[in-house]
Design a binder for this molecule. Structure first.
Ligand code: 5BU
Length: 260
């Protein structure tokens, strides 16, 4: 069973991870494989964006530490919107330290990420202690992580060997890892979801190292399951219309892929 030829529905039963299953269900039922990167700097903008694009997304990706006015109210509102529109919360924290430190960063500090983020991003660089550390902080909650195995930025140091080693790490920790942030994947393992950022229509870069491909290219050529789109939506004159456009392009490309 090759991941790239399988429908999201048919992949539900390939995994026991409750959040992987939930995400496949949301994608299949809502007919969307769009994740919006909500890189705005105030709670008001974040909540307003989440409510507007909510009907079109399976996931809302945050960088919670770029908010200037974060509070518990931010989280209460985000969780309400996630329930209202049926999407998951994905904090792009890119944990990358020893297990003991990431456990504290995950559960403590100002953001208490473990209390509200369904999924978080993690670098494999420290070795699998980073995963064990995060898991030690979960305390019975249903949580998962996405391993960053390859970055979208130019000159990224993520070699083929590194990507391979991230795959092995994921295979050893399937109870926590739901998939990879990557630019391409040779892995056909249907349990793992491939998330691809660096997606934008009509631009190839941002002048600061980001590199873009189109939704079709990400899904059909690079094998993405979920596209992550930030400024293509947040900086559009009409973010809702842009979200609809990316959603349609991405879901059409996915449907085309599973036909073959
Ligand atoms: P953009 O506005 O579509 O360029 O935003 C992309 C988002 O995805 C942004 O939040 C980044 O932090 C995130 N990202 C990325 O662009 N490339 C990567 O390899 C990883 C995350 Br990992």
């Amino acid at each position: 069973m090759d991941r790239k030829n399988c429908s999201f529905e048919s992949r539900i039963t390939t995994t026991n991870h409750p959040l992987t299953r939930k995400l496949f269900e949301i994608m299949a039922n809502k007919k969307t494989n769009l994740c919006v990167a909500a890189d705005v700097t105030t709670t008001e903008e974040l909540v307003s964006l989440a409510d507007k694009v909510g009907p079109h997304i399976c996931l809302l990706k945050t960088h919670i530490d770029i908010l200037t006015n974060f509070s518990q109210d931010t989280i209460d509102k985000l969780r309400d919107l996630a329930a209202k529109h049926n999407f998951l919360l994905f904090e792009d924290r890119k944990f990358g330290d020893i297990g003991s430190t990431v456990a504290n960063q995950y559960s403590g500090g100002a953001y208490k990420i473990v209390e509200w983020a369904d999924l978080v991003t993690v670098h494999g660089l420290p070795g699998d202690g980073v995963i064990k550390g995060l898991v030690s902080a979960i305390n019975g909650r249903t949580r998962g992580c996405v391993l960053v195995s390859q970055m979208s930025s130019s000159g990224a140091l993520t070699s083929e060997e590194y990507v391979e080693n991230c795959s092995k790490m994921a295979e050893n920790h399937t109870y926590f890892v739901v998939g990879f942030v990557s630019q391409s994947s040779k892995s056909g393992d249907p349990r793992f979801i491939l998330f691809t950022p660096g997606v934008r229509l009509g631009k190839t870069g941002d002048g600061l190292g980001q590199q873009y491909v189109t939704p079709r290219s990400a899904i059909l050529e690079r094998g993405a399951d979920i596209i992550i789109v930030g400024r293509g939506i947040t900086q559009a004159s009409d973010p809702v219309a842009a979200a609809k456009e990316y959603r349609e392009e991405a879901f059409d490309a996915y449907q085309e892929r599973i036909k073959h």
